[in-house]
Design a binder for this molecule. Sequence first.
Ligand code: E4P
Length: 217
Amino acid sequence: MKFFIDTADVAAIKELDETGLVDGVTTNPSLIFKSGRDFKEVVKEICGFIDGPVSAEVASMEYEQMMKEAEVLRKLADNVCVKLPLTFDGLRACRALTNDGTKTNVTLCFSANQALLAAKAGATFVSPFIGRLDDINIDGMELIEDIRTIYDNYGFDTEILAASIRSANHVKDCALAGADVATIPPGVAKGLVKHVLTDQGLAGFERDWAATGQKII
Ligand code: E4P
């Protein structure tokens, strides 16, 4: 499973990228707002050091304007992936951009039928939002499983990009369910390394190493 980082915080992406963990980045209007940065400037900066897809979302709800915005966004860098809403206009824009060779990420997917439409529109990625479904007492992981089954039934190439991830268990369950990608907030990504037995083991090694009185260098 590929790891994308769900943020527009350049420092956080760089820190994780140093571990080789980062296969791509996703942004959205809320994350851009949180960053306090200029949208195009920050997307360009991220694309400058991340080789994988960097999702940048259109702001318009209407097809013609979406296409104009997509034109601006895709020119920012070769690895920009144009993010479009899961609406009729968004699907229409997805088909046109796909036909044109532009990478697309159809976002705000909350049902298997919506994911089926995104695949039929030729989306590179579909983004089902797990956490937001869990928030309203609907099992977000079940959606990932359903989409996996449907895409496999028909051999769709669209990649399942599990989004709205809130916990380490979400990441594990996405991998078990066969998501192609998980887009993970930096805090959750860093937390994946944590285990109480790793910490305890290290404390023991540190104590015993000090007792040997030796040094490696
Ligand atoms: C996906 O691309 C979105 O940016 C993101 O995962 C939304 O997550 P949230 O529900 O935590 O806002």
